[in-house]
Design a protein around this ligand. Structure first.
Ligand code: NAD
Length: 501
């Protein structure tokens, strides 16, 4: 690919490179600009929204089973084209190829769930709610819906959104991350191949200009967002102020509690993957471990140091690597700065991954795993989302103290506890103020037939992403009450409120 290769938009079934603004896409393993992504202007946004608006009436009236069958065919096409999709993810995001395969697989599971739409959209029916009166509720599509997605799961997070939205009868405008949009665009083209009519799914690449058009256009009924908390809050407040239904999933700072009775070797293995997998660029990553008791902390640190020493860091195209590069140079600088901040704040840097050089990839954005001990709640490295391979150990003396820390934190996306004590685990999962909880499971990402979402400032809105909540988010309830007058049942005039007499 030459840096002159343009990544454009998919509008009304056609790939277009309209607009005058663009920015480079980098290969984070080499630091090279490989392509240019077009940034949608007002005219491009109008074309996309008009296309989705025009496609809605026919798609709404397409039988749910036919809509679902498109999802079934898409699932097969995604499996057949997995290699190419994952290659694009690794080229632009940097994650190791088998990690990209994992992300795609979890995305495909959402497509499969969307293919159950006819079952999921079955309404509720009550016969004889009054004399010869039947009543039922049905779930109707909203119209044009939209999604704005982050860089860290360029295939999976868009698949959390649009398959269920369109299976429910909506049309959709997707605005992927401008940092790694190519896999998203390829998947949208496969959806056309699977039989999705033109205009049902439009993809616009872009920045704030595109996002603001989505948030303010009256033809768009609902917006799903996944990204950082400041932008999630902006999306939620602006979208709601413009009368839209909005779900905005934000950032995270997930804590793992390790109890003194835990299987430490198991906890160390699980925490290595949860802290450093995908270079820590996951909203369900574990950047903080709360160790209950000094002996627990000391054993964890010994185990983590040993495992970190064995880690292989390098380009994601080599699947023998455990960790690839960070997404961009500015993000690399930001994460490196946090390591320096942690040192200045007085935390003990036990393993310093800065200064790592990967032979043949000297310009890549590689940072080795970093491990801090004695992280304290007042520190910025405790409070703020770093989104990199930096793990901090916090020492406490009891489960209650660990839970008080987690409950006081502004984020509440995921958490987990490592223990052999069922009572402690049950108490933890019942009382912790976090949306997704693991018990001896470090990354408790719900499967496609449950829903995904955090609490507190990790989610703005009511309904979680994908799964059963997505059916509710992308539909509105209509309740119909019906009587067919007959000779035996004639209504007399009544001015009192109707009751079942
Ligand atoms: P980001 O907030 O920078 O960008 C997300 C989307 O918002 C992108 O499409 C981007 O183009 C757009 N955007 C960015 N700045 C904007 C602005 N000023 N106005 C309007 N739109 C804007 O997030 P990111 O860096 O791409 O992704 C990482 C973040 O996403 C992390 O905070 C991570 O925790 C979070 N995340 C959360 C979840 C979750 O489910 N809660 C999942 C994945 C990622």
């Amino acid at each position: 690919m030459s840096s002159a290769t343009k990544v454009g938009h998919l509008i009304h079934g056609e790939l277009v490179t309209t607009g005058s603004r663009s920015q480079p896409i980098y290969n984070p393993a080499t630091g090279e600009a490989t392509k240019q992504v077009m940034l949608a202007d007002a005219e491009t946004m109008e074309a996309a929204i008009a296309s989705a608006h025009a496609a809605f009436p026919a798609w709404r009236n397409t039988p749910a089973l036919k809509r679902a069958q498109v999802m079934g065919r898409l699932k097969v096409l995604l499996e057949q084209n997995a290699e190419q999709i994952c290659q694009l993810i690794t080229d632009e995001h940097g994650k190791v190829l088998n990690d990209a395969q994992g992300e795609l697989q979890r995305g495909i599971e959402n497509v499969e769930y969307a293919s159950y739409a006819p079952e999921l959209l079955k309404g509720e029916h009550s016969k004889n709610v009054g004399p010869s009166i039947d009543s039922w509720s049905e779930f109707q599509p909203l119209g044009v819906t939209a999604g704005i997605t982050p860089f860290n799961f360029p295939a999976m997070v868009p698949l959390w959104m649009w398959p269920m939205a369109v299976a429910c009868g909506n049309t959709f405008i997707l605005k992927p991350s401008e940092r790694d949009p190519s896999s998203t665009l390829l998947i949208a083209q496969l959806a056309l191949q699977a039989g999705l009519p033109k205009g049902v799914l439009n993809v616009v690449n872009g920045d704030k200009v595109a996002v603001d058009a989505i948030l303010t256009d009256p033809r768009i009924q609902a917006v799903s967002f996944v990204g950082s908390t400041p932008i999630a809050e902006y999306i939620y407040s602006t979208g709601c102020a413009h009368g839209k239904r909005v779900q905005a999933l934000g950032g995270a700072k997930n804590h793992s509690v390790v109890m003194p009775d835990a299987d430490i070797n198991n906890a160390v293995s699980a925490l290595m993957g949860a802290a450093f997998g995908s270079c820590g660029e996951r909203c369900m990553a574990i950047p903080l471990v709360v160790a209950v008791g000094d002996a627990t902390a000391d054993a964890l640190i010994a185990g983590l140091k040993t495992e970190i020493a064995k880690m292989k860091v390098g380009p994601g195209t080599d699947i023998s690597n455990d960790m690839g590069p960070l997404i961009t140079k500015p993000h690399f600088d930001k994460v490196s700065d946090y390591v320096a901040i942690g040192v200045a704040e007085g935390a003990d840097l036990v393993v310093d991954g800065r200064g790592l050089k990967v032979a043949g990839h000297e310009q890549g954005y590689f940072l080795g795993a970093c491990l801090f001990d004695n992280v304290k709640p007042g520190m910025r490295i405790y409070q703020e989302e770093i989104f990199g391979p930096v793990l901090g150990i916090v020492r406490v003396t009891s489960l209650e103290a660990a839970m008080a820390l987690i409950n006081a934190h502004e984020y509440g996306n995921g958490t987990c506890i490592f223990t052999r004590d069922g009572e402690a685990a049950r108490y933890f999962s019942d009382h912790i103020q976090v949306g997704m909880v693991g018990i001896n499971v470090a990354l408790p990402v719900p499967v496609a037939y449950h829903s995904f979402g955090g609490w507190k400032r990790s989610l703005f809105g009511d309904l979680h992403a994908y799964g059963p909540d997505a059916v509710r988010f992308y539909t509105k309830r209509k309740t119909i009450t019906q009587r067919w007058p007959s000779a035996g049942v004639r209504e007399g005039t009544t001015f009192s409120f109707p009751t079942n007499r």
